[in-house]
Design a protein around this ligand. Sequence first.
Ligand SMILES: NC(=O)c1ccc[n+]([C@@H]2O[C@H](COP(=O)([O-])OP(=O)(O)OC[C@H]3O[C@@H](n4cnc5c(N)ncnc54)[C@H](OP(=O)(O)O)[C@@H]3O)[C@@H](O)[C@H]2O)c1
Length: 308
Amino acid sequence: MNAAVRELAITGAAGNLGRAVLAELLRRGERPLALTRDPGAVRVAAPAGVEVRAADFAEPGGTAAALGGVRRLLLVSTNRSPERLGLHRAAIGAAVAAGVEHLVYTSVVRAADPGNPVAEATDHGATERLLRESGLAHTVLRFNVWPEMLVLSRLAHRAVATGRLPSAAGEGRTGFVTRADTAGVAAAVLADGLPTGTAPTSAPASAPAQHVLNVTGAGLTDREVAEALASATGRPVRHVPVPDDRVAAELTALGLAAPMARGWGENDPARRAGWFDVPEDATAARLLGRPLTPLVEFFAAHRAELTT
Ligand SMILES: NC(=O)c1ccc[n+]([C@@H]2O[C@H](COP(=O)([O-])OP(=O)(O)OC[C@H]3O[C@@H](n4cnc5c(N)ncnc54)[C@H](OP(=O)(O)O)[C@@H]3O)[C@@H](O)[C@H]2O)c1
């Protein structure tokens, strides 16, 4: 490899997903370039030999310079904010300016479906459009919901402590997929691309390759999520159906912080309507070299913290 050419780079290296992808790439023997707004934090955590460069998408010129020589880039989507789409536009522009050959983007399931009511999906759908218009060869990884959010929000803890999992998701199914699994898939796609034979989604043969991969677990109703919690912890937990306008209050009463309760509950109508129930794609497990982690196993791995 030409010393000036870095095969792989990831953005957001200080974030939850970025850190996990970086660790996964290192485990695979890769030495990716790590881009972040906080090089000091990443350098402390990264082993010797990992090059860390500063990149803030709010400064596209600096981001393009930091991407110099990179062939394949993982663009970790930034968090929901009024600035997010502009930041993604700048990052894609910087990748084009720097001559990146392939960009992998972390999106959400059904991001491009018309009428998607999930607030989180709007920026992702628009970013996917920007990617198609950019002329860059790219792969979109559409993640389903991380069960880590059930732990971080403390919803899982409180459900185990009280025996109640309130929601308005009804019989809607959500295909939870662990953050670790999504990081493993992202690392594999960045390093090796999709398995040979995966059909591109781009129409004309002359267009750069565009692929979309759903990274999702088996769809589970909240009754089944409660059963998984009970089975993993040995404590009784049952799903408690509540109307849409009561979800946030129920979750707050359960002990969740108000913003967390609002944030988690806001997707219940969409979960009930099936927006998080997408077909599994065996490609994700092939890329990982193992099955995706079942929800009950994820909870079992957190048994100690869920029961204290
Ligand atoms: N599927 C799910 O259930 C689920 C759950 C939670 C989040 N997500 C999404 O997954 C993505 C990553 O989540 P996370 O938990 O890893 O987020 P996080 O730890 O909060 O990190 C945010 C990420 O955005 C990057 N970022 C923010 N502003 C930036 C800027 N101006 N320039 C460059 N990078 C910027 C950060 O990079 P640095 O700090 O390294 O600069 C970091 O990687 C987000 O889009 C988030 O919305 C998905």
